[in-house]
Ligand binder design. Structure first.
Ligand SMILES: O=C(O)CCC(=O)C(=O)O
Ligand SMILES: [Fe+2]
Length: 280
């Protein structure tokens, strides 16, 4: 951890110390306030070139496909009232590199599997335990957004997401989110519709992310997107997917949509614990 993380700012080499508690308290406070927390400069600056280069080597192996979706990731032919924002069709143009293509020694794989990193993330989200996905593809992904593409407005199915920009685009590709736009009791369809139709600028916040920043996010209640990437370079983020219960494997159909293939584990696990993050 000392080799990878800026331990001067984030003392992950000293679990249980006052320094650890201070960082965790700060993260919890920001998550409670708007469901998002950025730990800036999490990765040591001298490793940022390696972080970017490892992602660049992986990006050609992403599964590139453009899919028509809606913000709720429910079928486009669902029978919804005419003015429901779920009728608004968006293009999902981001592509994922699956975990089984990411080398064990890549910085992001080392981080994802590190027990101290996992303990830190669990503490920040206030979780008693946290597990890597058993899914051989979806647990750790590189999310690639190429010029002209976007990761359109959506809610995450999973309660918490951990991500890290590893390569910034020249322009565009901004992470935009609407904190707490819905609650378990209220879908707030009017405001969601306003954002999707371009009339909700007052509801949208933008994050200035830099490579090596660690982002903790609760996307279940905050509509969010990556705006269209401009310029000539791709935008890369790592998605570190964890769950509170062990054994999560994604369902066959969604796995095929996201990665263009399924593995025996997916077929064997059909009907068992489902990988929520596969539903976005
Ligand atoms: O790549 C990003 O910054 C956001 C990714 C995201 O929202 C997701 O994977 O659900
Ligand atoms: Fe998301």
């Amino acid at each position: 951890m000392h080799r990878i993380i800026n331990t001067g700012r984030y003392p992950l080499d000293e679990p249980g110390t006052a320094g650890w508690d201070r960082v965790v308290e700060q993260a919890r406070g920001e998550l409670a306030t708007d469901g998002c927390c950025v730990l800036s400069g999490f990765i040591r600056p001298e490793l940022l070139d390696t972080l970017r280069a490892e992602g660049e080597a992986l990006a050609p192996h992403a599964y590139y496909t453009v899919e028509k979706v809606n913000a709720y990731n429910i079928p486009l032919d669902a029978d919804l009232p005419p003015d429901h924002p779920g009728n608004i069709v968006l293009e999902r143009g981001n592509a994922f590199v699956a975990r089984d293509l990411i080398p064990a020694e890549a910085l992001i794989q080392v981080l994802y599997t590190n027990p101290v990193f996992q303990r830190f993330i669990a503490d920040c989200f206030g979780l008693a335990e946290l597990h890597e996905f058993s899914d051989p593809l979806a647990g750790l992904c590189l999310n690639v957004v190429a010029p002209g593409m976007s990761h359109p407005w959506h809610f995450d199915t999973n309660a918490f997401t951990v991500s890290m920009l590893t390569r910034a685009p020249e322009a565009g590709g901004v992470f935009e989110y609407c904190p707490g736009i819905r609650t378990p009791e209220d879908e707030n369809l009017g405001d969601v519709r306003a954002v999707l139709t371009g009339a909700g600028a007052h509801l949208i916040r933008r994050l200035e992310l830099r490579p090596g920043d660690l982002q903790l996010f609760q996307g279940r209640f905050s509509l969010h997107r990556v705006s269209p990437v401009e310029g000539t370079t791709q935008r890369h983020t790592t998605i570190f997917a964890y769950s509170e219960q062990p054994g999560v494997v994604g369902n066959v159909e969604r796995t095929r949509q996201l990665f263009g293939r399924v593995l025996p584990d997916h077929i064997a696990a059909a009907g068992a614990v489902r990988g929520d993050r596969l539903l976005d």
